[in-house]
Write a protein that binds this ligand. Structure first.
Ligand code: ADA
Length: 569
């Protein structure tokens, strides 16, 4: 399942989940005693999945070829969609390369104009090595796994088909309006004409006898008002199905369709508040890495739902997709449950030197474009974030922040922007985002009084470009090793983690100038041993989860539950 609802009733699709053949091409990574040489060996592995799930691949840092036979049941155009390959994928169809993509966390697709019916070979060369070629996936405080880590789908598309839909709702004095932009694409060599229909919230729309060039693309726009709409909000996440269908050259039946699930809601910044449908919101959220003890980053839907149930059991109403775009099924869950999402591009903790990797800016630009293009319609996403804790204290860093914010604005003017800073008292970029956010570990990294430190921080923010803007505490927390209990409440004990989270939440949730908090973090996650992380990350894990990597709750779980339920209900 690649989405939590059916996107097509007419277009025939097939999901390519299941067992693929895997051959190791380059077996890097730290070997363990007795580990057999896996280079050249062949395996059968599940897709989606991480190669690190297999005992021969525990520390895999290399290249592997994933392949499988696919059966095409009618000749014509074929569309292949990869929701995530970690971290680089080169795709071959019957030996011919049809796609190249970098970044585990954004989807990509390939359209083959004509494929004969019958059996074909699909091969994906997967690479999760580090080096200059990879500016975003680097040794870090989370793990870069290897594999086809998110679902793969094959679609039979008609010669003219619906490639994408953008839904933009807005409120007017006499009710809700929406702009619906439908991207149509042709793989035919000759010009064709087509009719397009759309149905939403009881309203039928149509545009007929439209033309498209051979191998061309056109955008068809509907702009309509809608009656009796129930808005989407975190308190009442009302969703609607937007169904589009395309008929070619006056045929008797539609050749293609595309269904999206949307919500009527608006997000705006007004003074130091974020308004959802005109009402101020307070965010009680978690930072959540896509990482699970026995599944790596290829978290199956069942475990995504469990994560969501646990976060909501603690009273959360928000999620920050630290530090990269998430699996779209998690975003679908947030749409359904009314969880407000801060989604951000893929960049964590880069100093200027790392930001000057020759691939960094292009890889960031690609990630932002793919994130917004693919996730634009999710009503749960209320803000776009970029470059967590990068070099925002430098002029060169500022240039990159400014460029990325401009790119976001050009792709989506309907949502505010932010970034999480840790360059306290030296940041020179607070004037750039709509919302100011900062990561602060008072009581953990700094043994300081939370309230005093917070007062200094807020004063500095107001003096350095953030005056009058909404403020979010995007990270707060402390580490605890699951099961380590200590009456002395020493650091790393569950007791101390609960104490520090309590102290921080009491201050931030009582400050009316703070509009939200995101606890770092929901669950413990694996980190890379390279880069020196082992020294401050017991077990080679980031242990600041309120549950561990198996979702076993620490004492802080009940502390968060108590305080999230105490404030802003
Ligand atoms: C930073 C960073 C997080 C994590 C956290 C920590 O704020 O944004 O990814 O590394 O610190 O655990 O120290």
């Amino acid at each position: 399942m690649i989405r939590l609802f059916e996107q097509h009733k007419i277009r025939q699709t097939a999901e390519l989940d299941g067992m693929w053949d895997v051959t190791v091409l380059e077996a890097g990574g730290r070997k363990i005693p007795g580990q057999k040489d896996i280079t050249g060996n062949s395996y059968r592995m599940p897709v989606p999945g991480c190669v690190e799930q297999h005992p021969d691949f525990l520390n895999f840092r290399g290249k592997a070829a994933f392949s499988r036979k696919i059966y095409v049941n009618r000749s014509g155009a074929l569309r292949l969609e990869f929701k995530g390959v970690s971290h680089t994928g080169d795709v071959f169809f019957d030996g011919e390369q049809i796609a190249h993509h970098y970044n585990a966390f954004t989807p990509f697709s390939a359209v083959l104009p004509h494929v004969d019916a019958g059996e074909h070979e699909l091969k994906v060369l997967v690479d999760n090595t580090f080096g200059e070629h990879s500016a975003l996936h680097v040794p870090n405080d989370y793990y870069t796994y290897g594999g086809i880590t998110r679902p793969v789908a094959m679609e039979y598309v008609s010669p003219v088909f619906i490639e994408d839909i953008r839904f933009t709702p807005f409120m007017e004095k006499n009710g809700w309006k929406a702009k619906i932009e439908v991207q149509v694409r042709s793989t035919a060599s000759e010009p064709l004409s087509f009719d397009l229909t759309a149905a939403l919230a009881g309203k039928e729309m149509a545009q007929e006898n439209l033309s498209i060039d051979g191998n061309g693309c056109v955008s068809v726009v509907f702009e309509e008002t809608f009656k009796n709409i129930v808005p989407w909000s975190h308190k009442n996440p009302r969703l609607y199905y937007l169904e589009t269908a395309l008929t070619i050259n006056g045929a008797s039946a539609p050749a293609d369709d595309y269904i999206e699930r949307v919500g009527f809601r608006t997000v705006e910044v007004a003074g130091n508040r974020i308004l959802l449908n005109g009402e101020p919101i307070f965010l009680k959220g978690f930072n959540r890495h896509e990482d699970y003890a026995s599944a790596g980053c290829a978290i199956p839907l069942q475990l995504m739902v469990q994560d969501m149930d646990l976060m909501q059991d603690m009273g959360a109403n928000a999620l920050r997709t630290c530090h990269y775009p998430n699996d779209e099924r998690m975003l679908d869950l947030c749409d359904e449950r009314g969880i407000l999402v801060w989604e951000e591009n893929h960049a964590r903790g880069f100093d200027l030197e790392k930001m000057q990797n020759p691939n960094f800016e292009k890889q960031c630009e690609d990630c932002i474009r793919e994130m917004i293009t693919n996730h634009y319609n999710h009503p749960s996403i209320f803000i776009w974030g970029i470059m967590n804790e990068c070099a925002s204290e430098t002029e060169e860093g500022r240039r990159m922040y400014k460029t990325q914010f401009e790119q976001i604005q050009s792709l989506d003017a309907s949502r505010p922007t932010t970034f999480a800073t840790c360059r306290h008292f030296t940041d020179i970029c607070l004037d750039l985002p709509d919302v100011v956010s900062f990561n602060m570990y008072s009581g953990w990294y700094q043994d300081v009084d939370v309230s005093e430190r917070h007062e200094k921080q807020m004063t500095w923010i107001s003096e350095k470009g953030g005056a009058g803007k909404p403020v979010i505490v995007s990270e707060l927390g402390a580490a605890a090793v699951y099961g380590y209990r200590d009456r002395a409440r020493s650091k790393w004990s569950e007791e101390r983690q609960a104490d520090i989270i309590r102290d921080n939440l009491e201050v931030y949730m009582n400050d009316t100038n703070v509009i939200g908090v995101f606890i770092w973090q929901f669950a413990d996650c694996r980190v890379t041993e390279e880069g020196g992380w082992f020294a401050t990350r017991a077990r080679s894990h980031n242990n600041k989860g309120v549950v561990d990597e198996y979702r076993r709750p620490k004492m802080a779980y009940d502390t968060v539950k108590e305080l999230f339920e105490k404030y802003y209900n």
